[in-house]
Design a protein around this ligand. Structure first.
Ligand code: FPP
Length: 257
């Protein structure tokens, strides 16, 4: 990219930011970062390289989200079904996660970003858990963007886990069955204390939810990219355009205007 192109690009991002800020922002954005494998395949590269470029896209999306004042950003990084991938790919994903945390932790901390994990990381190797827990501790008191990384996460598992935790609390006498309602149930999910996502983005032209946040997306606005926009290419302007699209929608939550 020439210097002139860099300036042009920065200016158009600035214009989009200005536009997006004129209307209410989504409080919570969730993203299914799809297409890393195809991105690599198209270039004759191993899938792991697609994931590497995918993790670079994360850096840009976290940065712009914090900058415009998004409160919650939830990224689907490793699903309960991703264990079905070849061992080398799983290891590469874990290594990338560790690398991301090691490289970006200072940035997250300095920018008041609070890291949170949705999912069960007990199944991850010890050194990966250690790195995650260190990052969680370090950013614990931050009050800016809440960055949720979904790791070994599945929407159905989330619901089953919440149900078991509710039963346990009933057995312990902490909770009364008659007091359970939708919002009490939500407090037993990994996303307790968080608003439901307002906007769910999926790249790569696949029109699926893939077991992500099933309970939480009942009234979420969905935004699917065209198939030629794969996650490693998803940039700040794409996020801003998706937000603009969301801002042009009318949310009725089952009611009428
Ligand atoms: C989907 O692409 C992507 C994933 C399963 C993992 C997402 C991981 C990253 C973006 C990088 C590592 C994460 C962090 C937090 C640093 P796919 O492999 O299903 O692509 P395909 O559908 O084209 O095969």
């Amino acid at each position: 990219m020439s210097l002139k192109d860099v300036f042009k690009c920065k200016n158009s991002t600035k214009r989009l930011i200005k536009k997006v800020k004129k209307r209410p922002l989504p409080q919570h954005i969730a993203i299914i970062m799809d297409g890393n494998g195809r991105w690599a395949q198209k270039r004759g590269l191993p899938r792991e390289i697609g994931h590497r470029y995918g993790s670079e896209a994360i850096t840009d999306i976290v940065e712009i989200s914090a900058k415009i004042g998004i409160q919650y950003l939830t990224l689907f990084a490793f699903s309960t079904e991703n264990w079905n991938r070849p061992d080398e790919e799983i290891t590469a994903l874990m290594d990338l996660l560790v690398e991301y945390l090691q490289k970006k932790l200072d940035y997250l901390y300095d920018n008041n970003i609070k890291l949170n994990v949705l999912g069960d990381i007990d199944a991850f190797p010890d050194h990966v858990q250690k790195e995650i827990n260190y990052a969680l501790d370090k950013t614990y008191s931050n009050t800016g963007l809440k960055l949720n990384i979904a790791l070994n996460y599945g929407g159905r598992k989330d619901i089953v886990r919440a149900t078991k935790r509710i039963i346990k609390d009933i057995q312990l006498g902490i909770l009364n069955m008659d007091d359970i309602n939708e919002s009490v149930f939500a407090e037993y999910l990994y996303t307790a204390d968080m608003p439901d996502p307002d906007l769910l983005i999926r790249t790569s032209g696949e029109y699926r939810i893939s077991n992500f946040l099933l309970y939480q997306i009942a009234y979420t606005e969905l935004w699917f990219s065209k198939s030629n926009l794969l996650w490693p290419d998803f940039n700040q302007k794409d996020l801003l355009r998706a937000i603009l699209d969301y801002q042009g929608r009318q949310r009725r939550f089952g009611g009428i205007k």
